[in-house]
Design a protein around this ligand. Sequence first.
Ligand code: SAH
Ligand code: SF4
Length: 355
Amino acid sequence: MEKHLFFNYTHDQLADLIKSHGKEKFRAHQLFKWVYEKKELNPENMTNLAKNFRQEVPSIFDFSLPRVVSHLVSQDGTQKFLFEVDKGLTFEAVLIPASDRNTLCVSSEVGCNMACSFCFTGKQKLKRRLSVAEIVGQYMQVVGRISSDIRISNIVFMGMGEPLDNWQSVGPAIELLHDSRGINLSRKKITVSTSGLVPEIPLITEAGVRLAVSLNASNDEVRNQIMPINKKYPLHMLMQACREHARATRDRVTFEYVMLKDVNDEPKNALEVCELVKDVPCKINLIPFNEHPDSGFHRPESKKVYRFQEILLNRGFHTTIRRTMGRDIYAACGQLTSKYDGRPHAQEVATGVLG
Ligand code: SAH
Ligand code: SF4
């Protein structure tokens, strides 16, 4: 009989599965608590399970997690984990520490089909959507490898891939990350970032998690050039979806705006952004472009970024500039990749290599 991958199942699905094996449903709860609360993956150590059930568990479940092939620590404390699934398919998760929170940025796909022209991930077509186990597995592996005084407080789906292109896995993964019987992260500490798959945005609303939108342009003309998805779902549709999300959740939407030199970084672009988002409760996060070879795009000078921020702030928009983290280990936004080719070997630039 084929074993079931434990990390693919939500609590309720686990209970049904266990019942279908002729066991009491509460066994699911016991297993769930051992694995997600106590991080114990060896059934032999699950002492409150009946002995005969404990012996059967390994024949029913496979507790394997995506394999970590490298774990790098940046000078600034950012940690990057490279995972491998199948043969040679890799993806990354990044842990970003801050004084008030520790955020884990997870991937939802290997590669991405959205083909945004400035994005390193977008240069690699979609290779494979990740399973629930491979998404939750990023969290489980990271928790198992970092020092016990670092508690992951926030999860952002801002790694590789477009989460709304893989909701069949991202949806249940969110349930698992949130479930109070297990990992127990509040829904408000989970953020899903999308390039703007408008018809799927209500899924984020229904899941009760935070919405981030990669806006990246102040008008359709520029956005059509750098984000092909905009031709299908132009800005007026995107803004309408954002307004509806904000109304239903009473949450602010985060707009990410990658700043590209001479493309979208002029004061007139800032004024257009103000006009565009004026009736969406929101905050704006400016991300100075992280350069990568052959992208054809450049990072604007700092004073341009500050000027842009000032215009938004002066008009009452909560606007931050994202600090670039983990650049030395290629963990910054848009630098995540499923292969090493064409960039320095991560280990060569790392300041510390663990496990
Ligand atoms: N696919 C989703 C989730 C990935 S989030 C999305 O696009 O929203 C990745 C974020 O990093 C996006 O906001 C994207 O616009 C930004 N990004 C991509 N390449 C970048 C680069 N080279 N420099 C800075 N930010 C980048
Ligand atoms: Fe995909 Fe997001 Fe990169 Fe666009 S920015 S190619 S949607 S990962």
